[in-house]
Design a protein around this ligand. Structure first.
Ligand code: NDP
Length: 445
């Protein structure tokens, strides 16, 4: 590896030893962009990589709120404003008990490159809290969101930092957050994306990440002489990304046979009945295992990792980070998987990713494959600035063009650096190139 990149990576590991997810993401990125520094020795003189790996700002704050029984609860809030070289910070808010600084930093770091790949003017950031919306009443969620936004509102704005949804932050939470922002600042502006359609949201934003994943994966297959139609897919998760990935996969002629939640997975050899999953997860907020009570052809298995033992042509991990490890990768390869597309952020461990690549599996990494969500968020920002709304078809067409372009950019970058077919390297290099050029132009800041 390039000596300068290796030195920065070693320092990063020493300095952030208690942040394993951040180190994992940074290791993959730095290892793959290292050849860029051979071609650009001037970056070292300007300490470009040292600056790139350090967030511009980290905000951590107390979020006190009162539950339905009148007890005071305290959670911790985060916003990592990582890089604004190419636009205002942009990235979601994750509400999940596992949230900590390491996870928010890994997500924010990945977001810089992902946002760059969309070709739209958005920088990288991420935020969230260890608050768990599961099992809370609507009023409890509202009180939490209002307290969270009371603090966060000091640091964000339509031209500064534009948060969005992520795990645990859906339409309900975005609505409460937006209401509180407006109340505090007296500004009706596009400060959040993923908003409801009656107050500045974009058509197709809900579908965007899942649809975008399938647009990119089918382009990857096409450019490698394969076709998605008639293929069998396994999709983990049953949240926003998984549901719309399933919908688009089916529209493109694939058969989705398995989905999951954090308790277990369902396998339906007849093909998943998506309206039934939507009813369970989006309307009734129930567990996926309920599916088998109305679908006798299906089975339910406790523990979600077993989903990778199901034979399929295409695997789309759409739940959470590190859900697909080396055991899962080995099972998929043994069963003849031809392509993996990451709908979730960093769902594959480093070991699993390398294994897929060694075995010649087409592998579309998250920062390219799931960029459709943030790309459509940026389209929502454009509509808010114009005070206009585009039709579903207009937004969907732009999304499709963006995803196809992303695939070709990462493919071209992998070839340019002599790593043809390595889309992990291609995505990191293509995303980094634009940010590095902007950072160099803006001086040491
Ligand atoms: P949701 O909260 O809507 O859904 C998450 C899904 O993953 C649920 O089915 C959940 O199950 C499951 N899940 C959560 N934790 C685990 C776990 N530890 N093991 C197995 N399954 C788990 O989130 P999204 O669909 O929005 O996000 C999914 C992933 O996609 C995340 O990595 C997110 O960062 C990424 N992403 C999302 C984007 C978006 O636009 N929404 C954009 C880009 C990336 P349960 O219901 O049991 O919690």
């Amino acid at each position: 590896m390039n000596e300068y990149a290796a030195k920065v990576l070693a320092n990063l590991k020493a300095k952030n030893a208690a942040e394993p997810e951040f180190i994992q993401a940074a290791t993959e990125i730095i290892e793959t962009i290292a050849p860029v520094f051979d071609r650009h020795p001037e970056y070292e003189k300007e300490a470009l990589l040292e600056r790139f790996v350090e967030p511009e700002r980290v905000i951590m704050f107390r979020v006190p709120w009162i539950d339905d029984k009148g007890n005071v609860q305290v959670n911790r809030g985060y916003r990592v404003q990582f890089n604004s070289a190419i636009g205002p910070y942009k990235g979601g808010l994750r509400l999940h008990p596992s949230v900590n600084l390491s996870i928010i930093k890994f997500l924010g770091f990945e977001q810089i490159l992902k946002n760059s790949l969309t070709s739209l003017p958005i920088g990288g950031g991420k935020g969230g809290s260890d608050f768990d919306p599961k099992g809370k009443s609507d009023h409890e969620v509202m009180r939490f969101c209002q307290s969270f936004m009371t603090e966060l509102s000091k640091y964000i704005g339509a031209d500064t930092d534009v948060p969005a949804g992520d795990i645990g932050t859906g339409a309900r939470e975005i609505g409460y957050l937006y209401g509180q922002y407006k109340r505090i600042t007296n500004l009706y502006e596009g400060v959040l994306t993923g908003k409801g359609l009656t107050y500045g949201g974009s058509l197709a934003r809900t579908e965007a990440t899942g649809f975008g994943l399938l647009y990119l994966v089918s382009e990857m297959l096409k450019c490698n002489g394969k076709d998605i139609a008639g293929k069998t897919c396994v999709i983990s998760g049953s949240g926003n990304v998984a549901i719309y990935a399933t919908q688009k996969a089916m529209q493109l002629g694939a058969k989705v046979v398995a989905m999951s939640d954090s308790n277990g997975y369902i396998y339906d050899p007849n093909g998943i009945d998506l309206p039934a999953v939507k009813q369970l997860k989006e309307v009734e907020r129930k567990r996926i295992k309920e599916y088998v009570s109305t679908h006798p052809s299906a089975t339910y298995t406790e523990c979600c990792k077993g989903i990778w033992s199901i034979k399929c042509d295409i695997a789309l991990p759409c739940a959470t980070q590190n859900e697909l490890d080396i055991e899962g990768a080995k099972m998929l390869v043994a069963n003849g998987v031809m392509a993996v597309g990451e709908g979730a952020n960093m769902p594959s461990t480093l070991e699993a990713t390398k294994y897929f690549q060694e075995k010649g599996v087409l592998f579309a990494p998250a920062k390219a494959a799931n960029a459709g969500g943030v790309a459509t968020s940026a389209l929502e920002m454009s509509q808010n600035s114009q005070r206009l709304s585009w039709t579903f078809d207009e937004v969907d067409a732009k999304l499709k063009t963006i995803m196809i372009n992303i695939f070709h950019n990462i493919d071209d970058a992998s070839r340019e650096y002599g790593m043809e077919g390595n889309y992990v390297a291609g995505a990191n290099i293509a995303g980094f190139a634009k940010v590095a050029t902007a950072m160099m132009a803006q001086g040491v800041v």
